[in-house]
Design a protein around this ligand. Structure first.
Ligand code: SF4
Length: 430
């Protein structure tokens, strides 16, 4: 039994069609390059797919231009998850030229060795298309018996992977098979949720026609946070496994078979405040303002714009940040659903304990962290928290649980001195 919450899906608005709309490339992109070593200078002409930054080390990946045009700057820019990050800015020449080989089938791709595949993952800029953006070649270097394709998309509003599964099931399966071969795994398990049964059926039918007996599709309940990577790890981790998103499997297929570096990803531009919410293909580095235009702008002023899902995404102060590979959605949520409510003291409702999927006591951890008792928070299991957001969502007095939990996991250098009286009060549950 998975502890969690059955959240309202709010997915219908972007699933009216199964296709991902493709727009003309944006007029400008700003592509974050992390610590990688830029290989272009302002004034250089680039084509989509050209290398713009070399991997800084064995654990990082190459970065590529996502449009054709002229490099106008290499500078610190707004980032959806951090305050800012070094980025390469490219202005489009409106021709959408592609690098050599882009889109043409690679000769002998099905005979590549595991080492060749890992090196190709790195040179084509492949990272797992989840929030952590771990390089595919790093994850795929693990020796595991089972590869899990996470096709769950558990957070409300997000549907871009669902649309991708419906429109490109074969590419996802072939990408998963390439990953399996690269890792030397025996089996592939595709896990999806009971709100995507048609996608599960479609994948099963394609597996049947491929005659791949080592593939299996499993449907789990759509109880949040079931379907997140940490929960899949808890559920299926009794044997060595590695987890990749369905969109990552698709990107692997495109890179290995069609020589396409990672320059775009599927994105849900969703939420009640958009005129026309939809799933789109968006070039990496596309500014959020442009993504908003893809949905024909705002129907009304959003109370909050969130990069990612509503449970784990990051609220954006403006629309200046740009698309990174780990971002599945940009959501514009109405004022009434996100308004800051007044917070009150804990009333010991116990609801946070009931919905915590990792079976720790959010109330005790947050009460301790709030008072600077980080040692005590650790003893209550703060490190096991997967930051799913359930306790914040369910708290009847709207305590800022997430904030305290984050602090409990990464205590500030100058923690307040322990106050014995407070400690005692918490211990007796007063
Ligand atoms: S304590 Fe962590 S894992 Fe448990 S419900 Fe809260 S955020 Fe989720």
């Amino acid at each position: 039994v998975i502890r969690g919450i059955r959240l309202e899906g709010k997915k219908d608005a972007t699933l009216l069609v199964w296709t991902l709309k493709r727009f003309d490339p944006p007029a400008q992109v700003r592509i974050p390059i992390g610590n990688n070593l830029t290989s272009v200078n302002p004034g250089d002409k680039v084509k989509a797919g050209d290398l713009i930054a070399e991997p800084a080390n064995a654990q990082s990946v190459a970065v590529h231009a996502s449009i054709s045009g002229t490099v106008t700057a290499v500078r610190s820019s707004s980032h959806p998850f951090f305050d800012s990050a070094e980025a390469v800015e490219i202005e489009s020449d409106k021709q959408d030229l592609k690098c050599d080989g882009f889109g043409t089938e690679r000769a002998g791709w099905d005979k590549l060795s595991s080492e060749e595949l890992l090196s190709l993952f790195q040179s084509h800029g492949l990272v797992n298309l989840g929030a952590e953006m771990v390089p595919v070649h790093v994850k795929a270097a693990a020796q595991v018996s089972k590869l899990i394709i996470n096709a769950c998309e558990p957070e409300p509003y997000l549907t871009c992977e669902h649309a991708l599964m419906m429109s490109h099931p074969v590419e996802i399966l072939k990408g998963a098979e390439i990953l399996r071969k690269a890792m030397g795994a025996e089996q592939v398990l595709i896990v999806t949720q009971d709100n995507k049964t048609e996608a599960a059926e479609l994948l099963k039918s394609k597996i049947y026609f491929q005659k791949w007996k080592h593939f299996e599709v499993q449907i789990i309940p759509s109880v949040y946070p079931a379907g997140t990577d940490p929960m899949l790890r808890r559920q299926f981790g009794h044997e060595p496994i590695e987890i990749f998103n369905a969109a990552t499997a698709y990107a692997v297929h495109e890179a290995v078979v069609f020589q396409k570096p990672l320059i775009e990803r599927p994105v849900t531009v969703g939420g009640e405040c958009f005129i026309e919410p939809k799933n789109v293909w968006a070039r990496l580095g596309t500014e959020f303002e442009t993504l908003v235009k893809y949905a024909r702008g705002f129907l009304r002023q959003p109370g909050k714009v969130v990069a990612g899902g509503p449970m784990t995404g990051k609220a954006q102060g403006n629309l200046k940040a740009s698309l990174v590979p780990g971002l599945p959605g940009l959501l514009a949520l109405p004022e009434e659903t996100v308004k800051e409510e007044e917070t009150h003291s804990c009333i010991r409702s116990g609801r946070c304990v009931e919905v915590c999927p990792v079976e720790i006591s959010p109330v005790m951890i947050t009460l301790a962290a709030e008072r600077g008792l980080f040692q005590m928070a650790a003893e209550y299991g703060a490190d096991a928290c997967i930051q799913c957001g359930n306790c914040t969502y369910i708290c009847p007095t709207k305590r800022p649980m997430a904030e305290w939990l984050r602090m409990a996991q990464r205590p500030p250098a100058k923690a307040p001195r322990l106050a014995r009286r407070v400690k005692k009060k918490i211990l007796i549950g007063a």
